[in-house]
Design a protein around this ligand. Structure first.
Ligand SMILES: N[C@@H](CCC(=O)N[C@@H](CS)C(=O)NCC(=O)O)C(=O)O
Length: 346
């Protein structure tokens, strides 16, 4: 390499950096078609399921639940208002085509991220908000303690879910037989076990745990120990709008990063006085981060203040203080042995 090129290249590099910075400063952040539509409409459309703990309207018709809270967090990022979001219940079978048809801006319905859904349905997935695995729920009186005991059993499966293929694979691998009863509607699915129409139900184990906790006699039913699959449940959006996906991503990450910092809806104001430069940028006390990414510099502050951090969302809807009583398990922060992790806010 000649001396001249050694001198020239850094100059070119400097020029490129300067030009990029100038363009970046001049061009407002691209809003993206989905965000434009949402702003015009004044509300985010979210597809959900129906299951107390994850997503359910309360006595006043107000939607509550773990996945619902991420929808509210999104509404805070976009509108600084947790109520500018419309939740619509749709069965597992119908919600994926509904997202494809543009009826929802995002699915927060316990959708498993899979390669087929990425390539064939053109779904893009946000961060996993709940690491799950498929389980099997049986009546205790059946005397079954492991999945392998279910030879010849009648098993309810919800149509349109990953459960259909997983249970077929499981029985193929074990060389045993079973009779699938495929049911679309969520209440009919539950009733099939309660009425004895099926010996067992298979679904995401969280889903089965939630159903069981709403049974009149939950202790009469047991979730078998096996997990037949990996079910990473994540927000799903339709591919082709990167900006919208980034908003979904970083809204979820804000809840995770807040938990990592120890920032909650209760103490967030005290963190506004923090000397930590990272926390200052994260909460928008130093506005440079928000300005750089084209979001309200206080979006993370607003999400935490109005909805809470990841741990609060989990505990309030599913945790030990609720009748659901789920352990965090894999859904602990990575610093505590779990898989919940936020990339850096910088
Ligand atoms: N994760 C599976 C199952 C999806 C699913 O059925 N989700 C549950 C929550 S984890 C649900 O919506 N249950 C309530 C309902 O059927 O409405 C998939 O993506 O196919």
């Amino acid at each position: 390499m000649s001396t001249t090129s050694n001198i020239r290249w850094p100059r070119i590099a400097i020029a490129i950096v300067a030009l990029t910075a100038a363009i970046g400063a001049a061009v407002p952040a691209d809003a993206g078609p989905t965000l434009d539509k949402i702003k015009e409409r004044g509300v985010i459309r979210v597809g959900v399921g129906s299951e107390p703990g994850f997503f359910t309207p309360d006595a006043n018709g107000k939607w509550q639940g773990f996945f619902v809270d991420f929808g509210r967090a999104l509404a805070v990022t976009v509108f600084n208002d947790p109520d500018k979001v419309e939740f619509t219940n749709s069965s597992p079978q119908q919600r994926l085509p509904a997202l494809q048809a543009g009826q929802f801006d995002v699915l927060l319905s316990g959708v498993t991220q899979t390669v087929t859904r990425a390539f064939k349905l053109n779904f893009h997935f946000g961060p996993v908000v709940f690491y799950d695995g498929q389980g099997i729920l049986v009546k205790k009186s059946l005397g079954v303690t492991k999945a392998a005991d279910l030879e010849g059993a009648t098993i309810g499966v919800q149509s349109g879910t990953t459960g259909e293929l997983n249970i077929a694979d499981f029985f193929k691998k074990t060389g045993k037989t079973y009779k699938p009863v495929v049911i679309e509607d969520t209440d009919t699915f539950t009733q099939a076990l309660l009425s004895g129409r099926v010996d067992a139900l298979t679904q995401d184990s969280s889903d089965l745990g939630l159903r069981r906790s709403a049974f009149p006699n939950p202790d009469d039913y047991v979730l078998l120990p096996e997990r037949l699959s990996k079910e990473p449940l994540a927000p799903a959006v339709l591919g082709g709008d990167d900006r919208w996906l980034e908003i979904v991503d970083w809204t979820v990450y804000a809840t995770v990063q807040a938990e990592e910092y120890g920032i909650t809806s209760q103490n967030v104001d005290s963190f506004l006085k923090s000397d930590d430069p990272g926390i200052k940028r994260f909460l928008g006390v130093d506005t440079s981060l928000g300005e750089a990414i084209g979001l309200d510099p206080k979006f993370a502050y607003n999400v935490i203040k109005k909805v809470g951090n990841y741990g609060e969302i989990f505990e309030r809807n599913l945790g030990k203080s609720t009748k659901i009583g789920f352990e965090r398990g894999l859904n602990k922060l990575w610093t505590q042995g779990g898989l919940i992790y936020s990339p850096p806010f910088r």
